[in-house]
Design a protein around this ligand. Structure first.
Ligand code: ATP
Ligand code: MG
Length: 557
């Protein structure tokens, strides 16, 4: 039994199990370390839920730490949005919200320690020269002429760097490791640079800033992080991570573990591209529902539960692979299916008049909110002489097996009565403008009528009591058929990625809908009240996902 459980654990859990069994750590601590230079996307959600999930599973801790050691691109706007996203996903960091920039002093001290141990030196080579000296994958690098400066000289120069005596780029501090190492990251990497720039947190206090590879292990070590989980591109940096932790002599060295990034097909996730889409006004912000930033997914109507399900289905792996967006859609459908009401909205209305129904009568029908989940209760649906139905539910000359409305045919109006089409009207262009029916009062839903059967059931909204809504339909922002990029490197945009339908009749039970509320529009899909543009008297819905999918869960082995 125990063996079986171990097998079903992912490779990160296996590492943690071993570390705990061997007494390497007593309890675990993980972290999510975003750089506040953009909004988080679905890939980050995977990292957040992975790190948080592990901490929870092992009774450990999860920290949120901003990796804000680079003063150029960082903004407080992003800090706020990231905190909101992490909280929304349910990854509870309690009171452990940290900023790497609060450790600048300790990083400086760690650098001084390395200098004192003869493990770091101040180098005057330019960035270009450093690159040229670095060598290649096949050739070793060349040692810097400044490599053998005395410890005293290095201490003095580094202090001068800190005191602002040099221009940007004039000097750097480098780790003294091995210019012949087969791993280029170990060839005396730069660990501090001069940059006379204001920082969003520390202002002008510092004019030297640590490099990522030096700062990150120190941040982890300071916080007592045990398992520092990152993505595969850092695999080659791990020897340097370990070197820094060892040489800076931290008591409980953290351990770096890499996993494969999550890639979604046919969606743009790179910050660079999203930024471009935002700046060029192609989308209406980082939370445009066509994007897969977490803010966009939330606005579109995805739930934290659906994203958790998605991440769980993706699993954790060491090899790069892409996941179809359809799997994310599957997850939101599964999540909303039983939870949310199913109500009627007409997206392409055409008027239907019931000739034998009393002119001014409105009757209120009791209809279940969700047929599959009676616990959600009932709603009142007004029914009257004039209704709207969807244009595609009527055909003048139907093909075989069309069971919806056509002259002479009878269908059920969902939750109401059978109606039979007796005539219709067209305008000059041949467009159908009105359908006339008769109804049979005997056939009321729930009345136990068994006299005859109909093959089609269609949805409808009573004209007199209808509310009107704006409904937005989405397609991929990228034209799938031709690939993500054009030859010139620009994004291959899909011109139909947004369709706006105005004045769609919806039933009055929608009247209480609040931002982020989601519903099934029967036969049409799942829709969510847009939090940015919707008003109480002018509802705007985003389609989260349609009802049908070709996606099937892979069979369990
Ligand atoms: P991007 O390049 O997509 O904008 P990033 O890696 O630059 O992302 P960071 O803020 O540095 O963004 O990332 C924070 C954390 O999220 C890191 O630990 C990173 O490894 C992880 N992460 C980023 N992208 C993905 C992804 N696609 N899948 C899983 N984890 C990711
Ligand atoms: Mg990054």
């Amino acid at each position: 039994m125990e063996e079986k459980m171990a097998v079903s654990r992912n490779f990160i859990e296996q590492i943690i199990d071993t570390d705990l069994a061997e007494g390497k750590y007593e309890t675990i601590c993980t972290r999510f370390p975003p750089e506040p230079n953009g909004y988080l996307h679905i890939g980050h959600a995977k990292s957040i839920l992975l790190n948080y999930g592990l901490a929870k599973k092992y009774g450990g801790k999860f920290n949120l730490r901003f990796d804000d050691t680079n003063p150029t691109k960082e903004k407080t706007e992003f800090v706020d949005s990231i905190i909101a996203d992490v909280k929304w996903l349910g990854a509870d960091f309690e009171d452990r919200l940290f900023f790497a920039s609060n450790y600048f002093e300790q990083m400086y001290e760690a650098a001084v320690k390395l200098i004192k141990k003869g493990k770091a030196f101040v180098c005057d080579l330019s960035a270009e020269e450093i690159r040229a000296y670095r060598g290649t994958l096949t050739e070793p690098g060349k040692e810097s002429p400044y490599r053998n400066r005395s410890i005293e000289e290095n201490l003095e120069l580094f202090e001068n760097m800190k005191n602002g005596m040099y221009e940007d780029g004039a000097k750097v501090l480098r780790a003294k490791i091995d210019m012949a190492s087969p791993n280029i990251n170990m060839r005396d990497p730069v660990i501090y640079r001069v940059a006379h720039m204001s920082h969003h947190n520390t202002g002008d206090q510092w004019c030297i800033y640590p490099m990522y590879d030096f700062a990150h292990p120190i941040e982890d070590a300071i916080e007592g992080v045990t398992h520092s989980i990152c993505t595969l591109e850092f695999e080659d940096h791990r020897p340097l991570y370990d070197w820094v932790v060892k040489e800076a002599e931290y008591e409980h060295p953290p351990k770096q573990i890499e996993f494969a990034k999550l890639y979604l097909t046919n969606v743009v996730t790179g910050k660079r591209y999203i930024k471009k889409l935002v700046e060029e006004g192609i989308v209406d912000g980082w939370d445009d529902p066509r994007l897969v930033s977490i803010a966009a997914l939330r606005r579109r109507g995805f739930t934290p539960e659906s994203i958790q399900m998605f991440v769980d289905l993706c699993g954790i792996s060491k090899s790069q692979s892409s996941v179809d967006y359809a799997m994310l859609e599957y997850c939101i459908r599964e999540d909303l299916k039983m939870k949310r009401p199913r109500m009627m909205a007409v997206l392409d209305p055409i008027k239907l008049v019931i000739d034998n129904y009393p002119e001014d009568q409105i009757e209120y029908l009791d209809v279940e909110l969700n047929l599959e989940n009676p616990e959600l209760g009932m709603r009142k649906v007004p029914f009257g002489r004039e209704l709207y139905i969807d244009r595609e539910d009527f055909m003048e000359n139907p093909p075989k097996k069309y069971f919806r409305l056509f002259p002479g045919n009878e269908v059920r109006l969902m939750g109401a009565y059978f109606v039979k089409c007796v005539s219709f009207e067209k305008d000059e262009d041949g467009k159908v403008t009105e359908i006339h029916c008769t109804y049979d009062p005997e056939t009321k839903s729930g009345s136990g009528f068994t006299g005859r059967k109909v093959k089609g059931t269609i949805h409808w909204v009573a004209a007199k009591t209808a509310l009107r809504a704006t409904v937005r339909l989405y397609e991929n922002i990228i034209d799938e058929s031709k690939g993500v990029y054009n030859e010139d490197g620009s994004l291959n945009l899909n011109p139909n990625s947004l369709t706006v339908l105005n004045d769609c009749p919806i039933e009055p039970a929608f009247g209480n809908a609040k931002p982020y509320d989601s519903f099934q529009f029967v036969r049409q899909g799942y829709f969510c009240v847009d939090a940015k543009d919707s008003r109480e008297d002018a509802l705007v819905f985003n389609r989260i996902v349609s009802l049908k999918s070709s996606f099937r869960l892979p069979k369990a082995e």
